[in-house]
Design a protein around this ligand. Structure first.
Ligand code: HSE
Length: 437
């Protein structure tokens, strides 16, 4: 059979991983795909030729339009990152009848609905396994492996850079900026690392996961987002005293109030497997009504782990490129005309437990004032810890764990607590999820 020709847009961290894997495992991959797969074209500005296998057989060009319209290219692999240029190139590739594989979560989360519609009209595939959780085949697992289930909820550590930073800070007491620099050198971080820190990258990935889990259109603009920059060493310490770890999670649940879509630091009981996922590793917990809880774990970023997911998509496309487009697995797991209109839940309607830390004036009656506010809002306290004040200190940190309550009631209680003369500054609030069956 004729070999399949791949055109790669971008030979950076992920692109070089893809080229090297396809070259190194060429025979194994051809045995699986049923045809030879070879990279014939690439667009790249700066790359290290000596580190790329088979590079001499690749036509390198500077013009991406040349690649996406090239008659010899069967599959376009988009690894540029960013949004506007990739969107145009992907739509042009589709228009020219090319299948597309992309690792671009920002693009899929933001313009996936439009891109999939264009691909359906043209009868081509757009595959995006590498967009979520790096090397973990989570898209395939949820879209195909769990297809019998009604998914109830999912929760994941889906940003490798953030998890790497939190782990190094907790285990080695390293400085935030210093660890971030290392993550950049290792190729984990986004071109704009703010996306890793402020939760944007995790929000992109959660948008995609929620769509394929619940059969809803991609709705990135409705994700509630908090980043890891809120987490202090003190909170890590207090959480551990209560038997919890702080992880940055993307959480989506199917509830009566709608589909929850939220990304924020979260306390998780330390006995949970996911609480022990460290470094650049990602993990996604998915709870289906038939299967119960399932956990997927692996490297969430890096050249070959992400390249592994891209190459798997290429093989998938090659296996079915000659089949009837109507009978392929739908892009978002559900048939396009069967997507649900269930709304995204208002953040004030979510229900969860909370960790609260506040600085209180060291005098009698302050605890009673705070617990009185909790009682008025029907917030039940699970645990309290008051640290011994440092010698001569006028303020003392008090930490509470609450039972589950509506976010609206908690917002109201926090407003009242912050208005007390006896409480200094703002209340630190971190949501708590038990992630049990
Ligand atoms: N910057 C991302 C991360 C890369 O750290 O998880 C993988 O999407």
């Amino acid at each position: 059979m004729k070999p399949v020709n791949i055109g790669v847009l971008g030979l950076g961290t992920v692109g070089s991983g893809v080229v090297n894997i396809l070259h190194r495992n060429a025979l194994e991959i051809a045995r699986r795909a049923g045809r030879e797969i070879r990279v014939t074209h690439a667009v790249a500005r700066n790359f290290d030729r000596s580190r790329l296998g088979g590079i001499d057989e690749i036509n390198i060009t500077q013009d991406p339009m040349d690649l996406v319209t090239h008659p010899e290219v069967d599959i376009v692999v988009e690894l540029f990152g960013g949004i506007d240029l990739p969107k145009q190139l992907v739509l042009d590739a589709i228009e020219h009848g090319k299948h597309v594989v992309t690792a671009n979560k920002a693009l899929i989360a933001t313009y996936g609905n439009e891109i999939f519609h264009a691909a359906q009209k043209k009868g081509v595939m757009v595959a995006f396994e590498a967009a979520v959780a790096g090397g973990i085949p989570i898209i395939k697992a949820v879209r195909e492996g769990l297809t019998a289930n009604r998914i109830e909820w999912l929760a994941g550590i889906i940003n490798g850079t953030g998890n790497f930073i939190l782990t190094e800070m907790r285990e080695k007491g390293r400085d935030f900026e210093d660890v971030l620099k290392e993550a950049q050198v290792l190729g984990y971080a986004e071109a704009d690392p703010t996306f890793d820190i402020d939760g944007t990258d995790a929000a992109h990935k959660l948008t995609i996961l929620a769509s394929i889990a619940f059969g809803i259109p991609l709705q990135y603009d409705k994700v509630y987002k908090e980043g890891i920059n809120k987490i202090t060493r003190e909170d890590v310490f207090y959480a551990e005293q209560f038997g919890y770890r702080i992880k940055h999670l993307g959480i989506s649940k199917d509830t009566e109030a709608g589909i929850e879509l939220r990304v924020h630091p979260t306390l998780i009981p330390e006995r949970r497997l996911i609480a022990n996922v460290d470094g650049v590793m990602n993990a996604v917990l998915v709870h289906g009504d038939a299967v119960g809880p399932t956990l997927y774990y692996g490297a969430g970023a890096g050249s070959e782990p992400t390249g592994s997911a891209v190459v798997a998509d290429i093989v998938d496309v090659v296996r079915v490129m000659t089949t009837d487009p109507e009978n392929r697995v739908p892009h978002l797991a559900f048939q396009p005309d069967a997507l649900s209109e269930k709304p995204i839940a208002d953040m004030e309607d979510i229900e969860t437990a909370y960790y609260l830390r506040m600085d209180a004036v060291e005098r009698p009656g302050v605890l009673a004032e705070v617990t009185g506010i909790f009682a008025d809002s029907e917030i039940s306290i699970e645990a309290i810890r008051q640290q011994e004040p440092a010698e001569g200190a006028t303020h003392v940190p008090i930490v509470f764990l609450t039972h589950t309550v509506k976010e609206r009631a908690m917002n109201e209680a926090i407003r009242k607590i912050e208005a007390l003369d006896s409480i200094d500054g703002t209340v630190t609030r971190i949501r708590v999820e038990h992630l049990g069956g």
